[in-house]
Every structure is written in structure tokens, then in C-alpha cells.
Design a protein around this ligand. Structure first.
Ligand code: HEM
Length: 403
């Protein structure tokens, strides 16, 4: 077993040479086989984990790696992170994590998300009806990819759909990695204040939405959550629940535009291929590009390297999901691929809460768009597309199309 003592380590987040592939450095680290150090914004040197089996080892339940952003050595995304996220269950472990997650689980089960499918289809069809009125070219990120999950999450929470712009502007700032701390904190404060007012109103005017149930059932009736804690959960669901799916919908549209044979397969029988297509898009894009992060709680060997208690680790999902030891021809997009071993929604106890909902949205969004607009094409040269490299999640800034 060895410990890496090299002073040389690449700066993280890593940059991509090709927008359709993981960063070359992450791929090279995976090929070398062992965790390697990277340098983050505060000069610390957490380990980057790039192999599929090693990422699973880090994220497996068993207590060796913690998700608490306030623990010494945690590889925070910025100095704002412990302040913004420190009190929320998804950045906690054990008893501070699971009981709170259980409060949210029922709203995001496979059954509940499946029951939303008809409404999701209705929202999709409405957005597609509206596209011609927007003029051509139209930015499909703004008018479709982002609009759909934001409308869906607004309905689940029980907030007016007009909120979607405030929600988006604020949560975009929170996930942008290089934004100054003050701006991040201000954006987070805007979301907290807005939700706080709404949730207080729901005490006298309850409804079936999640926000209303959080305050009326879990704060007032059962006394399990404090009011501030319930507001924090609302903000988390908003922040985690719209831009993630939006990025995936946008990236998936781009992939289908670039790969007509794959598009033809999906459109030949959407019911048959929508599920494998969605899993493959999740694997291929691995949109969460700078997470999951953990801190080592107990000395642990990973890939022949000793990771010491108190050292940070960052899992690289894009590299892990193209691991040739797990996926045949990993660089190819193959919408008929049946292996479901991708870890694009994470792995272990912190695995994505909203994955069932996202799946339904993606499964319907891609085929319905291309059926309605079969002549859809990029309105700019592919080289002009801008991707968010500087964010927790990968995605397109805009996707101008015409038909
Ligand atoms: C394509 C869309 C999405 C992707 C790729 C994605 C990805 C992920 C990943 C990789 C994690 C694990 C983080 C970790 O282990 O540290 C995670 C956790 C989480 N996701 Fe998602 N997510 C998506 C959509 C959503 C949606 C729609 C929601 C809405 C509720 C959501 C809510 C959450 C929450 C609350 C957690 C933390 C769970 C916990 O710690 O127990 N996500 N997501």
C-alpha cells in the first residue's frame, strides 16, 4: 500500500478537451488505476476517485466516508458551502441524514413519479405547442429543458409556476463554483426568504403540496422539524430538483441531434427504448461532474493507496461511468445498452432522491420533442455551443434550434 506524496497535482475542477468526453486527466487517472490527488480552491489536496469500483467503495454504506460538509478535511466546493448546506440532511450522516430523508421519500417513489407521468406529458405537450410562438431560432434550454422540470417541481411543492424564474436565477448561483461567497450567500438568502414567507402562508391556507405538508404536518403537527429546517428542505428540493434534470434534457437533445441512428432507434419505438435510452444518457453524460464529495472517517485502502482519516475525496462520475471494466465500448452512446450499472444518480445511502421523477421527465421529453418537430436541427455550428464547465453540474448554456 502506498500514500501519494507527490506535490504535483492538477487543479480541480478539471477542464474538458472534448465536450462529449470526461476530462482527459480524469480518464488518465482511471487508466492508471489508483486514486490521485487534485488541488482545490483552498489549496488542499483531496483524492480524486475515478474507477467505477472505487467510487462504489467510497459511497457504500459502512461509515468509512462521511458526507458532512462541516467536518474538518471535507473538500468543500467553496467557503460558502458549510454555511449554505451545513444544516441540511443530505450533507449529514447517520441519524442526521436518514430520518429526514424518510420524510421526503414518499413524494419521490417510483410509484408516485409514475403517477405524475400523465401530467408531465401534458406539460411537455403544452411547452411544445408554445415553441412556434417564441420565434426561430428558439433556445430549447430556456423554453423546454429548463421549463419542464421547474414547472414540475413547482407543482410538487405547491408554488405558482411564475416563480420559476426566481427559483432558477437563485439556484444557478448557488451551484456555480467560482462565484464569490457573498453572491452565493445572497442568492441562498433570497430563496430562504421567499420560501419562508410562502410556507408561513400555508399555515392558514394549506394545500396538498410538499411545502404545505412540511410545515403543517412535520413542523406543527408532529414537531419533528423546526420551521427553518423545513424551509431548508424546500430550498434543497428546488435547487436539486430542476437544473439537474434540465441539464440532462438539454444534453440528451444535443446527443440525439448529433447521432441520427440513435435518434431513429428511440423514435422507432419510444415505449420500448425510453428506459434504456434514459439510463444510457445518464451514463454517457454523467452530468454531476464535481461530486459526490466525502471526507475519510477511518484510514482506508482504495486501489492500493492509503487514504487517511481526515482526508477529502471527490468522486468523478464522468470517468467512472466510462470505465471499460464495467461498460463495453464505453465511449459510444448506445441507447439499446441494457447494463444498468451507471452511477449517474450516485450510489449508496445518499443516492439521488429525485431519480424516479427525473427518469419520467427524460423518458417523455426526448421522444415527444422529436416526434413533434422531426426537422429539428441546431441553429448554430456545434462549435459555438457553450457548456457550463464551472458548475457542479455539466450542461449547455443555450441550445439554439430551428426546424
Ligand atoms: C438528472 C437529474 C439528476 C441527477 C443526475 C442527480 C444526481 C444526484 C447525485 C449524483 C446525487 C448523490 C450526491 C451524493 O452522493 O453526494 C444526488 C442526490 C440527491 N438528489 Fe439528485 N439528481 C437529479 C435530479 C434530482 C431531482 C429531480 C431531485 C428532486 C427532489 C433531486 C434531489 C436530490 C437530493 C435531495 C439528493 C440528496 C439525497 C441524500 O443525500 O440522501 N435530484 N442527485
Amino acid at each position: 500500500m502506498s500514500t501519494d506524496t507527490s506535490a504535483q497535482a492538477p487543479a480541480f475542477p478539471l477542464t474538458r478537451g472534448c465536450p462529449f468526453a470526461p476530462p482527459e486527466t480524469a480518464t488518465a487517472f482511471r487508466e492508471a488505476g489508483a486514486p490521485r490527488r487534485v488541488i482545490i480552491w483552498n489549496g488542499t489536496r483531496p483524492w480524486l476517485i475515478t474507477r467505477h469500483d472505487q467510487v462504489q467503495q467510497v459511497l457504500s454504506p459502512g461509515g468509512r466516508f462521511g458526507a458532512d460538509v462541516t467536518l474538518p478535511g471535507f473538500p468543500n466546493t467553496s467557503s460558502a458551502q458549510p454555511v449554505v448546506e451545513g444544516g441540511i440532511f443530505f450533507r449529514k450522516d447517520g441519524d442526521e441524514h436518514l430520518p429526514i430523508r424518510r420524510i421526503l421519500n414518499p413524494d419521490f417513489t417510483a410509484k408516485r413519479s409514475e403517477a405524475l407521468r400523465p401530467r408531465i406529458v401534458e406539460l411537455i405537450d403544452h411547452l411544445l405547442d408554445e415553441l412556434p410562438a417564441k420565434g426561430r431560432p428558439v433556445d430549447l434550454i430556456e423554453e423546454y429543458a429548463l421549463a419542464l422540470p421547474t414547472l414540475v417541481i413547482c407543482e410538487i411543492l405547491g408554488v405558482p409556476s411564475e416563480w420559476r424564474h426566481i427559483i432558477h436565477e437563485s439556484s444557478k448561483k448557488v451551484v456555480q463554483l467560482s462565484l464569490p461567497k457573498e453572491e452565493k450567500l445572497a442568492a441562498h438568502r433570497t430563496m430562504l426568504d421567499t420560501l419562508s414567507r410562502t410556507m408561513a402562508d400555508k399555515r392558514s391556507d394549506p394545500d396538498d403540496g410538499l411545502l404545505s405538508r412540511l410545515v403543517n404536518t412535520w413542523v406543527d403537527e408532529k414537531g419533528v422539524l423546526g420551521f427553518e429546517q423545513a424551509v431548508g428542505l424546500g430550498v434543497l428540493v428546488i435547487a436539486a430538483g430542476h437544473e439537474t434534470t434540465a441539464n440532462m434534457i438539454g444534453l440528451g437533445i444535443l446527443a440525439l441531434l448529433r447521432e441520427p441512428e440513435q435518434r431513429a432507434i428511440l423514435l422507432s419505438n419510444p415505449k420500448k427504448y425510453q428506459s434504456t435510452a434514459t439510463e444510457e444518457m445518464m451514463r454517457y453524460w454523467s452530468m454531476v461532474q464535481t461530486e459526490p464529495r466525502r471526507v475519510c472517517l477511518q484510514d482506508t485502502e482504495i486501489g492500493g493507496v492509503l487514504i487517511k482519516a481526515g482526508e477529502g475525496v471527490i468522486c468523478n462520475l464522468p470517468a467512472a461511468n466510462r470505465d471499460p471494466d464495467v461498460f463495453a465500448a464505453p465511449e459510444a452512446l448506445d441507447l439499446t445498452r441494457v447494463e444498468r450499472k451507471h452511477i449517474g444518480f450516485g450510489f449508496g445511502i445518499h443516492q439521488c432522491l429525485g431519480q424516479n421523477l427525473s427518469r419520467v421527465e427524460m423518458q417523455e421529453a426526448w421522444p415527444r420533442l422529436f416526434h413533434r418537430y422531426p426537422a429539428l436541427r441546431l441553429a448554430v455550428d456545434e462549435s459555438e455551443l457553450r457548456f457550463h464547465d464551472d458548475a457542479l453540474t455539466y450542461g449547455l448554456e443555450e441550445l439554439p434550434v430551428t426546424w
